[in-house]
Design a protein. Structure first.
Length: 259
């Protein structure tokens, strides 16, 4: 892939998958603008502070980007160790608000890549909740929403990533009108510093990844797909949610459909 002369904005560049994506983008010739709460000096050309839980922080960060942008990677997120309203605010509303603010700055033919999750596979079962969520903003009372729709610690991460998938699919027409593609990637577990938080409550009985010989991806294996979706070679992929999980989604579907 050749991303020379392209400028890509990446969130979460201080560690994990975001740092890996930034590194591979630089190796492919791209200019990288890194957005993160923690200062990033490695593999980025320009660092801008960002707090995805704060709408004003998002708007301030976007106001500091004064150059043509060719892609946006929404990578930053949190595990369900935080309160459910905050997980929703960061994982969904923060990413959505950032993308809305960035859209006018993205060149025609540009690409937005959202990191969802394999846990979001059943997003359509909660479609009525996602319709309600879509009408809210980062400034609304998310505690009230979580209380009314039973969004708790056990399901808040999954639900926040389902919301990313539903938003990616539902917004296709608006992005098409701007000639900016938006797709989601749904990885399984990734070998990053956050992995223990995701696996802490799982057991072999309820976690199908334990059936796999190698269940955890290396960050570069996910980053490879992100870079492909930023490349012009993927121009006919739009509003898709792509599993990148080593076959984990196949195991889940086999369980569901008994075949």
């Amino acid at each position: 892939m050749n991303l020379e002369r392209k400028t890509i904005v990446v969130t979460g560049t201080s560690r994990g998958l975001g740092a890996q994506i930034a590194q591979q983008l630089k190796a492919s010739g791209a200019r990288v603008i890194g957005l993160d709460k923690n200062e990033t000096t490695e593999h980025v050309d320009h660092y801008i502070p960002l707090d995805l839980a704060d709408g004003k922080s998002i708007e301030t960060a976007v106001s500091q980007i004064n150059e043509p942008i060719h892609g946006l990677c929404n990578v930053a997120g949190v595990a369900p160790t935080l309160p459910p309203p905050l997980v929703l605010k960061i994982n969904y509303f923060g990413n959505r608000h950032l993308s809305e603010m960035m859209l006018p700055k993205i060149e025609e033919g540009g690409s937005i890549v959202n990191i969802a999750s394999g846990t979001a596979m059943g997003w359509a079962r909660n479609i009525e909740k996602h319709k309600v969520l879509r009408e809210l903003s980062i400034e609304d009372d998310l505690e009230a929403f979580c209380a009314e729709y039973d969004i708790v610690k056990a399901n808040c991460y999954h639900f926040s990533k389902e919301a990313i998938v539903a938003w990616t699919i539902s917004e296709w027409k608006r992005r098409e009108e701007r000639d900016v593609r938006m797709n989601a990637i749904s990885p399984g577990p990734i070998e990053t510093p956050l992995l223990p938080d995701f696996l802490s409550d799982m057991t072999p009985k309820d976690a199908p990844m334990f059936e796999m010989q190698r269940s955890n991806a290396e960050p570069e294996e996910i980053a490879n797909v992100v870079l492909f979706l930023l490349d012009d070679a993927s121009r006919w992929i739009h509003a898709a949610n792509i599993p990148v999980d080593g076959g984990l989604s196949a195991i889940v579907q086999k369980r569901i459909f008994q075949f």
